[in-house]
Design a protein around this ligand. Structure first.
Ligand code: AHR
Length: 523
């Protein structure tokens, strides 16, 4: 019998809602078709945004959305995407399929989408191929209230009031698609560009620290790829004082960057390897966090995991540059485990944005013309939503270690071993958990069991708690199971009733390949 311990009285930090954030790039069918169909589309829409998709995302409680990229961000010139649509410049989306980008979705459209979703906005600026002036004017265009060239232009384009920009990224992957820079070069560029990302909002003398923080634009510097610790060190050393957040990008490629692997066809070895690579996120956060601590002992600089998730070989017959992939129970486990990891690191991880929202990589929604389906990953985000803004509480679980294929692991993680560091172990924990208490005292516990064949009996001890009622929900199925346009409800959550309330907490058995959520009310 495995033990789960939860102590709702030991609160260890706030889980920012933004940890449950998302990312939408001008890539494949994410923006066009997935989110935006235009006002004249036969697909039901409000000001061009798909009604079905917006409703599903609101139900999932999307807290923040990053836009316009990704690699696209460092080639995007915001002025091409404002004003009358017929006059907007057309460009080639060189990164993603070489298709024509007509700029019909620009700043006004993105802000309208965020308004409909009721979410915060995270804009990613262009440092790689844009000028300081261009970035500065974009911020002025979006946020300045009063008389100024950019505020006047915004008003002329139909939006006299400024918008709130919550987060602003200064470049993306500048070690790669964003300009192939060295950490030192980027850090100096970052210092220069961020100087002109002005805060135009009025700060009152009696505003407390929290209010000031919320009013100001939260500036995010480009962080490392996977385990590039030299990047973190170099950027923190030179520019740590000038940033609010540093990003981290980490994708799970089951068979490595070159081969990747299929989204729906994989054997057990490949599956356990995928899970091993999923929990690697924990090591990355710890290691990059330790470097950040050297320059920022008070943890003022947040870690922003603004790209994460599975990245497979594209679905057969689809455009390679569109990154369209299916989403199975394996992806639900990737999401469930990773979100548990983020919750537990909420002292440092303040935002995370799974890639990407619709029709790209580990999407929560897939569309085909007017049809829409919710993926297993969607259901996890919806099940976990009660963790948003709740207090993380102390918890731990005893877990069996499940072996991974050592040769396959070494073969497919070559890109992690730039510095010649071998893997530390060749197994993965079967179980993961996290627990939080929301403002009204509700305790939410989320658990994952990645074993493909073993159900684990669990005796949960919930300290100093007189349980009044328990509700539980489970997402479980055969690991390859997924939703299709013909059969959209193969993988859906179900109520879970097979538990008993004990003197100390709850006892139950977690089925293999499952994600389980308990909602516990106490007396
Ligand atoms: O999410 C797809 C791409 O992955 C993004 O554009 C880029 O930032 C990353 O390499």
């Amino acid at each position: 019998m495995a033990k789960l311990y939860v102590n709702p009285n030991v609160k260890t930090g706030k889980i920012n809602a933004e940890i449950y954030g998302h990312f939408s790039e001008h890539l494949g069918r994410c923006i066009y078709e997935g989110l935006y169909v235009g006002e004249d589309s036969p697909i039901p829409n409000t000001n061009g945004m798909r009604n079905d998709v917006v409703a599903a995302l609101k139900e999932m409680k999307i807290p923040v959305l990053r836009w316009p990229g990704g690699c696209f961000a460092d080639e995007y010139h915001w002025e091409d995407g404002i004003g009358p649509k017929e006059n907007r410049k057309k460009m080639i989306n060189t990164h993603w399929g070489g298709v024509v980008e007509d700029n019909s979705f620009g700043t006004h459209e993105f802000m309208e989408l965020a308004r409909q979703l009721g979410c915060k906005v995270y804009i990613n600026g262009n440092l790689g191929s844009g000028t300081v002036r261009e970035m500065s004017e974009w911020v002025e265009y979006m946020t300045f209230q009063g008389i100024s060239p950019m505020a006047d232009l915004r008003a002329k384009n139909g939006h006299p009031d400024p918008w709130k920009v919550d987060y602003f990224g200064i470049g993306n992957e500048n070690w790669g698609c964003g300009g192939n820079m060295t950490p030192e070069f980027y850090a100096n560029e970052y210092r220069r560009y961020q100087t002109y990302v002005r805060n135009y909002v009025k700060i009152n003398k009696d505003d407390d620290e929290e209010t000031v923080r919320k009013k100001k634009i939260f500036k995010i510097a480009c962080g490392p790829n996977v385990d590039d610790y030299k990047w973190t060190d170099g950027v923190m050393k030179v520019a740590g004082k000038y940033m609010d957040g540093l990003s981290l990008h980490y994708y799970v490629h089951p068979l490595g960057w070159e081969e990747k692997g299929s989204a729906t066809e994989f054997d057990e070895d490949e599956y356990y390897l995928t899970m091993y690579k999923t929990v690697f996120m924990d090591e990355l956060i710890r290691n990059h966090g330790a470097i950040m601590d050297r320059y920022d002992r008070k943890k003022k600089v947040a870690m922003i995991v603004d790209e994460w998730g599975s990245w497979y070989t594209v679905e057969p017959g689809t455009e390679e540059g569109f990154l369209y992939q299916q989403n199975t129970m394996r992806d639900a486990l990737i999401a469930g485990i990773t979100l548990n990891i983020f919750n537990k690191h909420c002292d440092r991880v303040k935002m995370a944005n799974i890639a990407q929202l619709v029709n790209v990589l580990q999407a929560v929604i897939l569309t085909e013309g007017a049809k829409m389906i919710l993926t297993p990953t969607y259901h996890i985000f919806r099940m976990y939503k009660d963790h948003q803004e709740a207090q993380l509480v102390q918890s731990s679980i005893e877990s069996e270690q499940l072996p991974v294929n050592r040769e396959l692991l070494l073969e497919t993680t070559r890109e992690w071993h730039r510095e010649g560091r071998p893997a530390k172990k060749y197994s993965v924990d079967a179980l993961s958990e996290s627990a939080s208490v929301s403002a009204d005292g509700t305790l939410t516990v989320t658990l994952t069991n990645l074993s493909l064949d073993t159900a684990y009996p669990i005796d949960a001890v919930i300290a100093d708690t007189k349980i009044q009622s328990v509700d539980a929900e489970i997402l479980t199925n055969e690991v390859h199971a997924h939703n299709t346009f013909e059969d959209p409800e193969t993988v859906v959550p179900a109520p879970f009733t097979d538990f008993a309330v004990t003197d100390q907490g709850i006892s139950f058995q977690i089925p293999p390949c499952s994600i389980l959520k308990f909602t516990i009310h106490s007396k």
